[in-house]
Design a protein around this ligand. Structure first.
Ligand SMILES: Cc1cc2nc3c(=O)[nH]c(=O)nc-3n(C[C@H](O)[C@H](O)[C@H](O)COP(=O)(O)O)c2cc1C
Length: 219
């Protein structure tokens, strides 16, 4: 953490900030349509640095971010999406299948930045604290960092899309990463072509937002 931030002391997160934070959360979107304007590597690194302040089990910081610049590697990822998407389409029937076919589920062609995020499952950092009974906490930690990155990107006017319709083994080998790194997320980043308050899957009638009563329980 920069000294300047330590010296400033805890900020006053006032009601105005809370309202702006709510805006940020509500206007974050999974973006699949990007402008092709480049995003410089230092910008990506700045976002990744912020994301690396996310919480992690035992403070093991298991996230590994891989900027995918090489066109041959990107082509392998696009081909993997194409296969996985056809397989997914085949799993639906009737109207649902027709609707699935119309959904745009990636921005791999136009996004200026491709970023793969892995969990280093062999890390000894954190000395295993918090992972004895729930080893999956390692991957949960990486997901938290991805969400921080998503918000950080949106705060800078960038959009991000998460693509899971991929063959993880194919993507992992295409990126030639150390063994023991498990793929958590493949992300597209760039300036969005459109900005919406409602998710695309809501807008296209695939899945509405659930009411709070369906997701909040007391015991
Ligand atoms: C783990 C994860 C995987 C996802 N994979 C895909 C994907 O493969 N393709 C896609 O278009 N969106 C994907 N999304 C985005 C979701 O569809 C999106 O978050 C959801 O529809 C809600 O929209 P919103 O993010 O704009 O609020 C993924 C999101 C998450 C969290």
């Amino acid at each position: 953490m920069a000294n300047e931030e330590t010296e400033r002391g805890p900020p006053d997160f006032d009601a105005g900030f809370a309202a702006r934070f709510r805006d940020l959360v509500l206007w974050r979107r999974d973006v699949r349509r990007f402008r092709t304007d480049p995003v410089a590597e230092p910008v990506v690194k700045r976002l990744v640095e912020l994301a690396s302040h996310a919480p992690s089990v035992g403070h093991c910081q298991p996230w590994r971010f891989v900027l995918v610049g090489r066109e041959d590697r990107r082509a392998l990822v696009r081909a993997s999406f194409a296969r996985a998407n056809v397989a997914a389409l085949d799993g639906y029937q009737g109207e649902e299948k027709a609707l699935y076919a119309r959904l745009k589920l990636e921005g791999l062609d136009r996004a200026p930045v491709h970023l793969a995020v892995f969990a280093d499952e062999g890390t000894e950092d954190g000395a295993g604290l918090g992972r004895q009974t729930m080893p999956e906490a390692l991957k949960y930690s990486v997901v938290g960092a991805v969400h921080t990155l998503w918000l950080a990107a949106r705060a800078e006017g960038l959009g991000m899309g998460w693509i899971s319709i991929l063959e993880p083994d194919v993507v992992t080998s295409a990126l030639d990463v150390p063994s023991g790194w498990g793929l958590v997320a493949y992300l597209c980043l760039g300036y969005p072509e459109e900005k919406h308050l409602d998710p695309e899957l809501v807008r296209h009638g695939w899945q509405p937002r659930l009411p709070l009563d369906d997701i909040f329980f007391t015991r």
